[in-house]
Design a protein around this ligand. Sequence first.
Ligand SMILES: N[C@@H](CCC(=O)N[C@@H](CS)C(=O)NCC(=O)O)C(=O)O
Length: 235
Amino acid sequence: MADELKLLSTWFSPFGSRVKLALHLKGLSYEYVEEEDLMNKSQLLLESNPVHKKVPVLFHRGKALCESMVIVDYIEEAFADAGPPLLPSDPYERAVARFWVAFIETKLVEPWFKMLDGTRARAEMADGVKQMLAAVATLEGALAQCAKGRPFFGGDGVGYVDVALGGLLVWVRASEVLLGGVKFIDAARTPLLAAWADRLAALDAAKAALPDFGRVIKHAMMRRGAAAAALAQSN
Ligand SMILES: N[C@@H](CCC(=O)N[C@@H](CS)C(=O)NCC(=O)O)C(=O)O
């Protein structure tokens, strides 16, 4: 295996998809290991990510790296000569890209995770949808600011923010169905993001990295049902 890269993830993990996207964009080959059951975690996961016990974990020459965007940063630095750069060379532009990734983590991923766990009351769900819609509207502006008329947040090529948001893309689309038809990325309301999403999804790297939409819906419904049943039992 070239440079001994091994990725431990689950097929559906949007965070794992970020790492896969970065690896494919860089043209790096890796061994993939599926974490079969997050309710019954493997020894490999427990030992390699003892703090959070979450996928993805990337192993480089046997050393474990955790947290998807930390891993993407690592790939960028450790394989600087492989593929196109994900981060701009200008320090200010780099800081701007990192700012938007921090925004995605706190303003989009956090409310979204809460809504999908199947245990939230109606008012909390409505509030979560509102927060997500506001975050997506802000990201529409960020895309205009970063891309300046070019196709991606990274400019002419896929960059750090594209990887962070692109990894989530299938799940954001699936959430539109799971949350009863609310449109987060919408040609009328967020035209730049809608076109960006189509462009990103069409890339070979995205086809290799992102999970199947229908399979994600099925998986999320099953997980939500199980969480709701567990909550009902505990009440
Ligand atoms: N902030 C982490 C999030 C990783 C994460 O939440 N992974 C999920 C799978 S999508 C997980 O492993 N969950 C197991 C658990 O929470 O116990 C990252 O970006 O890597």
